[in-house]
Design a protein around this ligand. Structure first.
Ligand code: OSB
Ligand code: MG
Length: 371
């Protein structure tokens, strides 16, 4: 397939509810949609799920736009590629910028799936018909509000609850959750807000609440302190921000810094690297799960497909669009069933219809490269 055209679109998706984590409150979701067109007229879409500001990782929607326009898209435009691996090798000289790379790689996967007349699930080697889903609950204004949301989601079928914490919004919160819901699969996500030096006692107290896992308590660039912490805790540590590549995963596993890995394709640079991490983790008996970055349905479609692989043994963060947005960029969007599972599409291509008119409606900046 020759890549004849690449459109790079920055979208601003209004959020109906803000989402607060230890790094700040998200009130609006910027995202970047990449659209490739091949010489055969096949059109593929991908998503770079960056935010408006570099809070979760160093990228933003604007850096994705710039990197895609100046380096990534020019490296592949007008050229022929037979496989996603070949396509990726076209721009692998670019260091970092994993979210920018993910949008481009996914757009190629989407086009490739259509050319091969296969589903993403089949291309990724998925084995599950449906995937289990948990909810990720942001920092609220009161503990009661958090408890009510947990009760609501459990009644809707979500199979585990993840709660965002930060220093000062942790022990009392977890205590109250556990006293009202003693047996639910519960996990906490610190989003890098804690340090060994200041918070070891807090972390050891949280260790008593029979948690499924503790996601990224310490700094995003620190796997050494996570290894020290894991020796102090019975709760399995799950790394999110710290794992940006299969090499990071290898080192974290070797050091004993985690027992579980949250794989977000956007954070690690795409589906190929996600699969590399999945395979490495599986060889080392480390379970993985698919995290989210509040993607639109376009990004989520890739996440759902990859989460059907064998070693995705924990529930995904895959809240449906209704939690955050008025409408999705795919229609119909995926649905979380009353058993807390999402069906994995088996149709050729993405498995969902793209709503071009909605992409247009939310586009605030656009670049078009032609061969
Ligand atoms: O740390 O998992 C995270 C959302 C934005 C930034 C970071 C994180 C999250 C989530 C994802 O918890 C929730 C979702 O995409 O449904
Ligand atoms: Mg996280």
């Amino acid at each position: 397939m020759r890549i004849d055209s690449i459109e790079i679109l920055k979208l601003a998706l209004p959020m109906i509810h803000s989402f607060e984590t230890s790094f700040g409150r998200l009130e609006q979701k910027d995202t970047v949609i990449v659209k490739v067109t091949t010489d055969d007229g096949i059109v593929g879409y991908g998503e770079s799920p960056a935010f408006h500001a570099p809070l979760y990782n160093p990228e933003t929607a604007d850096t994705c736009m710039l990197m895609l326009e100046k380096f990534l898209a020019p490296a592949v435009i007008g050229k022929n590629f037979d496989t996603p691996e070949e396509f990726q090798s076209g721009y692998c000289f670019v260091v970092g910028n994993n979210m920018a790379k993910t949008g481009l790689e996914c757009a190629f996967w989407h086009a490739y799936a259509q050319q091969q007349q296969k589903s993403l699930k089949e291309l990724f080697g998925g084995i599950r018909e449906s995937i289990p889903v948990g909810e990720s609950i942001g920092i609220k204004t009161s503990i009661d509000e958090t408890l009510d949301e947990i009760a609501q989601r459990l009644s809707e079928g979500y199979v585990r609850i993840k709660v965002k914490i930060k220093p000062g919004w942790d022990i009392e919160l977890t205590e109250k959750i556990r006293s009202r819901f003693p047996d639910i699969p519960l996990m906490l996500d610190g989003n890098s807000a804690y340090t060994l030096e200041k918070h070891l006692d807090t972390l050891k107290t949280l260790d008593r609440f029979d948690l499924m896992m503790f996601e990224q308590p310490l700094a995003e660039d620190d796997i050494i302190d996570h290894a020290t912490l894991q020796k102090e805790l019975a709760t399995p540590i799950c790394l999110d921000e710290s794992i940006k590549s299969v090499e990071d995963a290898r080192k974290a596993i070797q050091l004993g810094a985690c027992k579980i890995i949250n794989i977000k394709p956007g954070r690690v640079g795409g589906m190929i690297e996600s699969m590399n991490i999945h395979d490495l983790a599986q060889r080392n008996a480390i379970g993985v799960w698919c995290g989210g970055l509040l993607e639109s349905g376009i990004g989520r479609a890739f996440n759902i497909a990859i989460a059907s692989k064998e070693n995705y043994t924990y529930p995904a963060d895959m809240s449906p669009y209704q939690f955050f947005y008025k409408e999705d960029l795919i229609e119909p969007s995926f649905m979380v069933k009353s058993d807390g599972h999402i069906d994995v599409p088996t149709e050729q291509g993405l498995g969902y219809q793209i709503k071009e008119d909605r992409i247009k409606k939310y586009t605030v900046a656009r670049t078009h490269l032609r061969a």
